[in-house]
Design a protein around this ligand. Structure first.
Ligand code: UTP
Length: 479
């Protein structure tokens, strides 16, 4: 018998036992008051109905529900390629202007998700604090914040910056910004909010314990951003401030063009609810989500869901048919996010089998050699099928997409730094300042252009002294 003081807590305890999760009280008799209170606090917060529902789906091996998803009938979706003809370039210029006007009118906010655990990177601290700029070592967060400030300087209005954290990195993130004087962003334009967490379950649908008095929980995926933003009052604040479009990106891509006016312009002109930047898939093996159309519903298929036959298919030009890779760079209409948060659409939960550190029968910590549980996550790209109008805009990978996922190799800090240096090298090249290359075509030496010096190539061309010589190391930066 688990005895607790309040009737409300007693009801919760009984509800957990009734749900077949009574093992969470296995060590109750050993606990002191603090441990008991700690466990009860968790039990009061965890949405048990949802956990039961997810565990049931897991036991029945159900695939996540949602519109779209009929993979076998998917078609490659139409997209806007990079402009080549004079007509396309003129159209692009018009769209860019529309985006710039929207920024100048203060109708854009920036949402950066940084609540992930960065397991593959294995960096000690929030991933956003990872030093990344090639010379100054500015962090991923610093680059985001400086880009936002630079946008403010250029368009006369600083877009609001909304940063999603999770309970494990929330305090550390806020401390980091605080110690950096919020990168000189006005606190009124800056908001941090934490996403929710969910327990993981084992093969019998039982929640896993991280320690005798603590249930294991992990962030509920970047798809948790919409509800978390709404609950923190972020959507309401955007509405009050006249924001109509929300530019969304992940913290781990230092090449991202935050609130790119061209992208905003296409999205606004088409009156889209959700837009996505896509890059052409590097090769069949690349582990990137692929855009596909199922009926009217646009969706992202995870690389593991794309059948090999489809992944390998080529068109008459010999290009992969399903070649549009998701960059996780989006624009959302604020009104659409409000409809999502009001419950009009539901993002499905995906299940991922993972090795989850837990405890044995005696309560001793164990680290499993094989996956022992399932985590539940929602993905932001599952909003796509609900959008009546969408835009897919092609971005050139070398200019806009180099995410930091792994400690080494592809998609690592080293590859992202190299891509930054090469990007700045191309900008300088267009100004007539040559940078030597190695046999792989990479710039030899170190090069950095700070966002407040130049947000893009056009700005660099206006500012840079064309008599500059690159002698293996060059930093162009401003405060
Ligand atoms: P990833 O799925 O690549 O996860 O997240 P991660 O945390 O960076 O790394 P791994 O998978 O543990 O190795 C892509 C982006 O989405 C954010 C991450 O912070 C990153 O910016 N994210 C992911 C969240 O904000 N919350 C989540 O629950 C998951």
């Amino acid at each position: 018998m688990i005895g607790v003081e309040s009737a409300a807590d007693q009801a919760i305890v009984e509800r957990w036992i009734h749900a077949g999760q009574g093992h969470v009280f296995r060590f109750w008799d050993r606990f002191g008051p603090e441990e008991r209170e700690g466990l009860l606090t968790q039990l009061r917060r965890i949405p048990l109905d949802l956990v039961e529902d997810l565990a049931e789906k897991h036991l029945q091996d159900e695939v996540p529900a949602g519109p779209g998803r009929a993979i076998e009938v998917c078609q490659p979706p139409p997209y806007i390629p990079g402009p080549t003809t004079p007509g396309e370039k003129a159209k692009s210029a018009l769209r860019r202007k529309l985006g710039e006007e929207t920024l100048a009118a203060g109708r854009v906010a920036v949402l950066v998700v940084a609540g992930g655990q960065g397991t593959r990177l294995g960096f000690d601290g929030p991933k956003g604090t990872l030093p990344i700029a090639p010379i100054t070592g500015k962090s991923l967060f610093a680059l985001v914040a400086e880009k936002v400030r630079a946008l403010g300087r250029r368009h006369g209005v600083v877009p609001g910056l909304y940063v999603m954290t999770s309970p494990t990195n929330h305090d550390a993130t806020i401390r980091y910004f605080h110690d950096a004087n919020d990168f000189r962003l006005d606190p009124d334009r800056l908001m941090f909010f934490s996403q929710k967490t969910l327990p993981a379950v084992d093969g019998q649908g039982k929640v896993l314990l991280e320690s005798p008095a603590r249930i294991f929980e992990s962030p509920d995926g970047h798809g948790g951003a919409v509800d978390a933003l709404a609950e923190a009052g972020g959507l309401e604040r955007m509405r009050r401030q006249g924001v109509e479009q929300v530019f969304y990106c992940q913290v781990d891509n230092p090449l991202v063009r935050i609130a790119d006016p061209l992208f905003l312009g296409y999205h606004i002109h088409r009156e889209a609810q959700v837009s996505t930047k896509v890059v052409l898939k590097r090769d069949v093996q690349e582990k990137v989500g692929i855009l596909a159309l199922s009926g009217d519903a646009l969706q992202v298929l995870e690389y593991s869901d794309l059948p090999a036959g489809m992944a390998n298919e080529t068109d008459e030009d010999g290009h992969l048919r399903f070649r549009l890779g998701n960059t996780a760079i989006h624009v959302f209409a604020r009104s659409f996010l409000e409809r999502v948060s009001s419950g009009e659409f539901h993002l499905p939960y995906h299940m991922a089998r993972k090795k989850i550190p837990t405890i044995d029968e005696e309560g001793n910590p164990t680290v499993p050699a094989e996956p022992n549980g399932v985590k539940f996550e929602r993905f932001v790209f599952d909003l796509l099928p609900y959008a009546a109008k969408t835009v897919l805009l092609e971005a050139r990978r070398e200019e806009e997409f180099s995410p930091v996922k792994n400690a080494e190799g592809d998609d690592s800090p080293a590859s992202a730094r190299r891509d930054l240096v090469n990007l700045f090298g191309r900008w300088l090249g267009r100004a007539g300042i040559e940078t030597p290359r190695d046999e792989g075509g990479n710039v030899k030496g170190l090069l950095e252009v700070g966002p407040l010096y130049a947000l893009d190539e056009e700005e660099l061309l206006l500012k840079v002294d064309r008599n500059l010589r690159f002698e293996g190391r060059l930093l162009l930066d401003e405060d």
